[in-house]
Design a protein around this ligand. Structure first.
Ligand code: SAM
Length: 247
């Protein structure tokens, strides 16, 4: 059985897609999607030999060797341009996901949808999407085995124009709430709008962590610590303002 996290990602893959799952580890996601007949085929990319071997074994055991090609290589380097139309990158830090996308930009030609699941560092992913003309169409947050995960789905601007989906427009965020760019990238425009209990819990915990750092810095005599403290105080206030507006 697929974890709830991987199921949430799987549901974002349109039927009939050709998928590249980058950092696929055991290739569980593409195997599931091929077995269900959701993808017609795809590529499981892995930079490390151990997980690559595990992916080969999994794909063979599932009788999917003709549909899923397991390839060893860094990020999107395993792809030929135009080969797939959907890319998933899950279970890594957001900074790494953004760097994989940045380095592999040329391979994204023909890709219409990105489904990204950063474990941490979500702002780096949102920033990359924004800087590169991708349009976020959905953000989801879930909790599983005591961990919280965000799943971000983005399409090309061309696809966003064609879709009936409720695409995020900054001015429509929430009446009376003018979160700045940095907060939007951090908290997530759709997640702010939905304001789910899991999202509230995540940010209440983040505020607690920031309060602890703030208190620790208070014990230092350094001028730099005062400045850092002031910065953290502003960050806490920004998050709390959004949380208070979203109850
Ligand atoms: N995507 C699977 C999931 O979400 O369950 C596996 C996540 S696993 C924690 C991260 C995998 O990404 C590891 O198997 C690692 O080898 C692979 N990885 C890390 N950096 C990579 C890169 N630059 N290119 C391809 N794979 C990478």
């Amino acid at each position: 059985r697929l974890s709830q996290r991987l199921q949430t990602i799987a549901k974002e893959v349109p039927a009939g897609s050709r998928l590249a799952d980058i950092g696929s580890d055991h290739a569980l996601l593409p195997s599931f999607l091929a077995q269900q007949g959701i993808i017609t085929g795809g590529v499981a990319g892995e930079v490390n030999e151990g997980p690559r071997d595990a992916a080969v074994r999994q794909v063979r055991a599932a009788g999917l060797s003709k549909k899923i090609d397991v390839r060893l290589g860094d990020g999107l380097a395993v792809l030929e341009p135009g080969e797939v139309d959907v890319v998933t990158i899950a279970g890594m830090g957001g900074v790494l996901i953004a760097s994989i996308l940045e380095e592999g930009k040329a391979k994204l030609m023909g890709v219409g949808r990105l489904i990204l699941q950063p474990n941490v560092g979500e702002p780096a992913v949102r920033q990359w999407l924004l800087d590169n003309g991708w349009v976020l169409i959905r953000e989801q947050i879930l909790e599983e085995d005591g961990k919280r995960y965000e799943v971000l789905t983005a399409v090309t601007a061309e696809q966003a124009d064609r879709t009936n989906e409720d695409v995020y427009r900054p001015q429509e965020l929430r009446p009376g709430l003018t979160a700045d760019r940095e907060l939007l990238l951090k908290l997530g425009p759709y997640l702010i709008r939905e304001a789910s209990p899991v999202w509230h819990d995540k940010w209440r915990d983040e505020v607690k962590k920031l309060e602890m750092i703030h208190a620790r810095l208070g014990q230092s005599e350094l001028e730099a610590s005062r400045e850092k403290q002031a910065e953290i105080r502003r960050e806490i206030e920004g998050i709390e303002e959004v949380l208070a507006a979203c109850t």
